[in-house]
Design a protein around this ligand. Structure first.
Ligand SMILES: *Cc1c(COP(=O)(O)O)cnc(C)c1O
Length: 393
């Protein structure tokens, strides 16, 4: 079977796919259709947080689908309630959840909450959502407009009104007005190029917005679920946002998006919904993933892995300062700035040929989002392969 031929005939060409087909995974190790082995420093763009083919997740999901997979949100769904309880208790915030199926959809939910909250007094209609330039919030018509990248607004209009872009955290204050419904930011811009925000500036913004009663929405689709060391980046930044969105890593590979908010009463029955959101399958995955990562956090493994990974990355960086100019990121969301964009594409291709998967972010950042369960042996093997790859670049 020529999968590439079938793909190009029957799949819309929205992705520039690399020339590889994976057939099996085992933690941070992948095998392609030719039996070649790779170390995965991507975890499917921060999704496979507990590793490929995680046995605990596989067992939980198998047990679940043999009992019941889906019933709709017309009825109580025990794993959904339990997943929400786990996520909220782990986060430490006094919030409640809505379950969706993707990051974009979680952000749509967040925007709906902020806008309905903005209509609370009837007279003033607060509808504006301020986001940052170079942000990424998703691919639906609304979230693509929320994304502060002009190039992504070339087609598909007219878009929903009311998105305003700030050039940085500093500029947000100047853009606030009587019609501002919310401010949505990533604490570390992921797709934008692994760009952490300044902690003091974020704390000052959070304080200002609290005074003005404007909800702060933190898009933690990429930073959430222990990616940067704490369950949420908001915890790590010491802020208390009104709304947090999660997706990617929180399902460990099963599609799920979560909106968590302190604004528990804003959306009422009929205001929002989802056919699939929070069904038995995805909720069960969330329960198992969060349990696994809580255990790894509590016994010190998670922090030790992050430290080891960052040590190895730093060493790799120091050995190749001819190619890279800076190490960036927090926890296991990290990157290396590359001198030029062409070299970056070469490195990614050479890395794959040498058996290690890495990502691009922004124009000039080599991005690393390994599974949070990656072993020391996998880390060592990955950087060895990457060193070979860059010396050939
Ligand atoms: C990936 C990502 C999204 C979009 O998530 P999808 O599941 O692809 O819709 C939104 N925000 C951030 C910060 C992301 O990294």
């Amino acid at each position: 079977m020529d999968i590439q031929a079938i793909d190009s005939q029957y799949i819309l060409p929205t992705y520039a796919r690399a020339d590889v087909e994976f057939v099996k995974g085992d933690n941070a190790t992948l095998f392609d259709s030719n039996g070649k082995k790779y170390i995965d420093f991507t975890s499917g763009i921060g999704v496979v947080s507990v590793g490929h083919a995680n046995k605990r997740v596989a067992d939980a999901l198998c047990e679940q689908v043999r009992n019941i997979t889906h019933i709709s949100n017309l009825y109580y769904i025990a794993p959904q309630a339990l997943a929400a309880q786990k996520v909220v208790q782990t986060s430490g915030y006094d919030m409640a959840c809505f379950f969706a199926n993707s990051g974009a959809e979680a952000n749509e939910g967040a925007i709906k909450i902020a806008r309905k909250h903005g209509e609370r007094d009837g007279e003033i209609k607060r509808y504006k959502i301020i986001t940052l330039n170079h942000s990424f919030h998703g691919r639906t018509i609304t979230t693509v407009k929320a994304t502060g990248q002009e190039a992504m607004h070339n087609y598909f209009g007219p878009f929903p009104d009311g998105f305003v872009y700030a050039d940085g955290i500093d500029e947000i204050e100047n853009l606030l007005d009587d019609h501002t419904a919310g401010v949505m930011i990533e604490l570390i811009q992921g797709e934008g190029g692994v760009e952490p925000q300044d902690k003091a500036k974020v704390q000052a913004l959070a304080k200002l917005l609290k005074e003005k009663e404007i909800p702060l929405i933190v898009d933690e689709v990429q930073t959430g679920c222990y990616r940067i060391g704490e369950f949420s980046a908001s915890q790590a930044y010491g802020i208390e946002p009104e709304i947090i969105t999660l997706a990617k890593g929180v399902g460990g590979g099963v599609p799920v998006g979560i909106v968590m908010t302190t604004l528990k009463e804003v959306l009422q029955a009929g205001d929002h919904g989802s056919t699939f959101g929070g069904n038995y399958l995805s909720s069960r995955a969330v329960c198992e993933v969060v349990d696994i990562l809580n255990e790894l956090k509590n016994d010190g493994t998670l922090d030790a892995t992050s430290e080891y990974f960052n040590g190895a990355l730093e060493k790799f960086y120091q050995n190749h300062t001819d190619i890279f100019t800076q190490k960036v990121g927090i926890g296991m969301m990290c990157g290396l700035r590359v001198k030029d964009g062409d070299t970056l594409t070469n490195i990614i291709n050479e890395a794959r040929k040498n058996g290690v998967m890495v990502l691009k972010a922004g124009r000039n950042t080599l991005r690393f989002l390994p599974p949070l369960t990656i072993t020391k042996e996998e880390i060592d093997a990955g950087f060895e392969a990457l060193s070979c790859a860059v010396t050939e670049c």
